[in-house]
Design a protein around this ligand. Structure first.
Ligand code: SAM
Length: 168
């Protein structure tokens, strides 16, 4: 099979995961158009410079969701035109003042809060190393992040910050 780009293997996964999220959140075979107008928060979204483009944030935006993407690395110009990009260290924030202290999230509630390949079954090495350096276990960080994210969730909102679908 001809590879359409360097990212082709990665590009398949978010499509499947997005459908699983919608099925679970909205209902079986939910159309992607249900994303229209939804407020979405993507944690550790990925950036071109990290080698993981923000596929999910791009997908949510294309289907007319209002997206805020957060990553420790700087998001590229094209992504900044498409959705709100926040450069922030989520470990520092979650272990410190909490997600609710991020200015762009103040007084906001989200219909979907998502994070993939940040915590959960397959965290990146830099996250594991940084948590080790701070003497914080992955479980402890996961609990704090989940707890703080839940406080930002709108009624009937959906949260997956531990990558449950990628695991299945
Ligand atoms: C494996 S990539 C996953 C990207 C995207 N979520 C995906 O599934 O394709 C991990 C991402 O976490 C980001 N990251 C690592 N440490 C972070 C931190 N302390 N705060 C925020 N983002 C971080 C990296 O910059 C990278 O974009």
């Amino acid at each position: 099979m001809k590879k359409i780009s360097n990212y082709s293997e990665d590009a398949i996964t978010p499509l499947h995961i997005l459908q699983l999220i919608l099925d679970e959140w909205i209902g079986p075979k939910a159309p992607w158009s249900t994303l229209k107008g939804k407020k979405v928060l993507e944690l550790a979204s990925g950036t071109e410079t990290s080698g993981y483009p923000p596929w999910f944030s791009r997908l949510y935006t294309v289907f007319d969701a209002e997206v805020i993407a957060i990553d420790v690395m700087h998001l590229g110009e094209e992504d900044r035109k498409m959705f709100t990009c926040v450069q922030a260290d989520l470990i520092e924030i979650v272990m410190g003042d909490g997600l609710g202290s991020i200015p762009e999230l103040k007084n906001k509630k989200f219909d979907l809060i998502h994070s993939s390949r940040f915590i959960g079954f397959n965290p990146p090495l830099e996250v594991v190393k940084e948590l080790n350096r701070r003497g914080v276990t992955l479980d402890e960080f996961e609990m704090k992040l989940t707890d703080q994210a839940e406080k930002l969730l709108a009624p009937k909102g959906y949260i997956d910050v531990t990558d449950v679908w990628a695991e299945s």
